[in-house]
Design a protein around this ligand. Structure first.
Ligand SMILES: Cc1cc2nc3c(=O)[nH]c(=O)nc-3n(C[C@H](O)[C@H](O)[C@H](O)COP(=O)(O)O)c2cc1C
Length: 191
């Protein structure tokens, strides 16, 4: 498969960047080809403008959509910010997976206009996993993202992976990075 990894972090030495790198290494270890969209390094503009409102496809959207069309699978990597996406990834999804190209919710809620692509979200989080469960954050984000967003974009199958304790010890981080490698090496085919 050809796998597109999309990274939202301004710091190349961040844990999120390391997660993306391990995921890519894992994917390459089993023969997949890979491509990285490093949104900060590339200066992607996440702001919705009147061009987007008008439904026009601006050149930056077109090149992101071309990357998606080349891919059989997509991995999004972003740190959890206030139980949501940081603004760069939020703007990328809002602008690039546009109505009429990615989805048309008037026809069918779960019917994407895009072919199936397997998708994974790798989300480093400061919280412990029991906090995510006990407070209902995991269930809320499963609903918002897995049910309410990424099905529209054709992610199938789709997987949400929180990398809890991302600010923890080196040992903890090594465990999480090994998990990213394994997820890259076991990406399922799209269905
Ligand atoms: C503005 C901001 C908001 C954050 N909100 C959350 C949050 O809601 N839940 C959480 O578990 N961690 C939260 N964190 C912690 C980050 O998820 C954590 O620092 C990040 O995953 C570490 O990865 P990095 O080194 O790649 O930035 C937040 C951090 C920042 C800076």
């Amino acid at each position: 498969m050809h796998i597109l990894t999309v990274l939202d972090h301004p710091n190349p030495s961040s844990f999120s960047a390391a997660c993306a790198a391990e995921f890519i290494k894992g994917a390459q270890s089993v023969g997949h080809t890979t491509e990285l969209a490093d949104l900060h390094a590339e200066g992607f503009n996440p702001l919705w403008t009147m061009v987007d409102v008008a439904g026009e496809v601006s050149p930056d959207m077109a090149s992101e959509q071309a990357r998606i069309m080349r891919a059989d699978a997509i991995c999004l990597v972003f740190p959890l910010f206030w139980w949501g996406m940081p603004s760069m990834m939020k703007g990328w999804t809002d602008r690039v997976f546009s109505w009429g190209w990615a989805y048309d919710q008037l026809d069918d809620r779960e019917q994407s206009l895009q072919p199936a692509r397997s998708g994974v979200l790798l989300v480093p989080a400061g919280a412990r996993s029991d906090e995510l469960e006990d407070e209902g954050y995991r269930a809320a984000l499963e609903t918002a993202w897995m049910k309410g967003t990424f099905g529209y974009f054709g992610f199938s199958p789709r997987q949400l992976e929180f990398l809890c304790g991302a600010q923890g010890s080196d040992t903890r981080r090594a465990t999480l990075l090994a998990r990213c490698f394994k997820i890259g090496a076991t990406m399922p085919e799209p269905v």
